[in-house]
Design a protein around this ligand. Structure first.
Ligand code: DGL
Length: 274
């Protein structure tokens, strides 16, 4: 596998641009082909079969373009399609899931420098109260049920679907503070936020709301996403295959979208620069 080959990164729309941005920051020599499926967004309210078909079409496109790896920069498409995609293709397929482990691990306070071993929580794990904000499909799928099962015995997990947060990004209304805050209050006023240890941004579109979440949440509540971990994992996989771009390679992101409008192209460019 040539280290000069590009990495395909896709999402239902513009959310995955936040992942492409992180790849550029952490792996600046890599060449990224970004594909946003805005013509078919949102994925989070579709059936798993629909999302699987759309994901296969995009990965096939990347393979035709000679991609050395694919990042599914979409928790929803990962839930619906990652296993089938891995079965069907030889190149590494990196998926994303809500960073629940990162949020729950914040409760670990090893007094003797050791965890409990064998994945057991340390003796003095402080139970965490964690809201997982994601799409309805992500929260309904088996993958999330399995993830939750790993952590719910020692923590309180509160899954919160937030489909409108996807639409606001796709409509280019992220700067409409009044709309955004009203939408966030609609989803989160039902919780006593002073008792929430962390909110997991379990959808790549939601990362663009970080400042708004900061305004909504008490300063003691952490805001967690999986972007850094995903890019670290990508680097480890590429390195293990001898496929990391060399330090003299010139990286960058090429953006394509199933919605060919200038509006979407401008939005994607602005979010990438943002
Ligand atoms: N950005 C996507 C995710 O991470 C999905 C958004 C959608 O299309 O519903 O789940």
């Amino acid at each position: 596998m040539a280290s000069t080959a590009p990495i395909g990164v896709f999402d239902s729309g513009l959310g995955g641009v936040s992942v492409a941005r992180r790849i550029m920051r952490d792996l600046p020599h890599e060449r990224v082909l970004y594909f946003g499926d805005s013509a078919n967004a949102p994925y989070g309210t579709k059936t798993p079969a629909q999302v699987r078909d759309l994901s296969f079409a995009i990965v096939e496109r990347f393979v035709q373009q000679g991609a050395k790896a694919v990042v599914i920069a979409c928790n929803t498409a990962t839930s619906a399609a990652v296993n089938d995609l891995r079965d069907a293709y030889d190149i590494p397929i990196i998926g994303m899931e809500p960073a629940l482990k990162v949020a729950c691990d914040r409760g670990d306070r090893p007094h003797d420098g050791h965890d409990g071993g064998d994945g057991e929580p340390p003796a003095d794990h402080i139970p965490q109260r964690v809201i997982v904000a994601a799409t309805p499909l992500t929260l309904r799928e088996h993958k999330f049920a399995a993830l939750m099962a790993r952590f719910e015995a020692d923590n309180t997990i509160l899954p919160q679907p937030c489909p409108e947060l996807v639409e606001i990004v796709e409509q280019g209304r992220l700067a409409d503070r009044e709309l955004v805050m009203r939408t966030l209050h609609g989803y989160f006023d039902r919780y006593d936020l002073t008792g929430v240890d962390a909110v997991v941004l379990g959808c790549t579109h939601f990362v663009f709301y970080r400042d708004y979440f900061r305004e909504l949440l008490p300063s003691s509540t952490a805001i967690v996403d999986g972007h850094a971990g995903t890019v670290r994992h990508l680097a480890v996989v590429l390195e293990s295959l001898g496929a990391l771009a060399s330090d003299d390679a010139i990286g960058g992101v090429e953006i394509a979208n199933s919605d060919p409008s200038a509006r979407i192209a401008t939005l994607a460019r602005d979010l990438l620069a943002g």
